[in-house]
Ligand binder design. Sequence first.
Ligand code: SF4
Length: 249
Amino acid sequence: MKYIEIFVKTALSKSGLENTDYSLNPYRGCEHQCVYCYAPYVTHTPLEIWRTTVFIKKNIPTVLDKELRRKKGFITIGSVTDAYQPAERKYELTRKSLEVLLKHRGRISILTKSNLILRDIDIIEKFEEAHVGVTLTTLSDEKRRLMEPNSSSIEERLDVLENFRGKAITYAFIGPIIPSITMPYLESMLKILRNIGVDYIIFDRFRWKKNMVLPENLEKEIRNTNYWEIKRKIYRGVKSLEIPIYFDW
Ligand code: SF4
């Protein structure tokens, strides 16, 4: 993995995400290398560069500090990269950005596939409003390794939710749903999340982006998936769950 340090002029970008005013991405590129990642297509970065090079936005905490004097609102951290990917262990740009956000009394949401976020529990628990979510696409670590090779294990991710209970608003992001990877585990997944006591669950379908390249078998499966049918199945599964759920489709 190649790390390239860069200096940025802006830290926050206007977000198109629902319930979010701005996005903050301390890195460009992502070491987790999920096979279904659409970030390279959204950021117009060649796939091979996205997977092998991480651009480190060295001055992002300083720029953020200046911007937060005039930009107010809800901020999603890591909208097109994982803010807790391995580079964060060394560079701590997410941690430093959190310190700045706390100073400005920001409201935040972080979604990750890494248990490195536990390192920053001491800062995150001080926010008046902090949402902490982990992504789950399956409960099988074998399948997880194939889909999201450099991410934390399922157990480690569930441990994140356990540890943040009562210290942040916790949620699970189940997506992108890939039927053969996700659906056999859905029922168990929901039971585990209920026992952990997450505050809410978001479900998302797979999203195609222009020029997206996927392994052949995966592409075939997704093209043959009826996501409305999947949605109906999920509704049936969550009936007795008593956890707020949201669909992104
Ligand atoms: S964690 Fe997110 S940004 Fe990183 S490779 Fe996976 S899908 Fe892409």
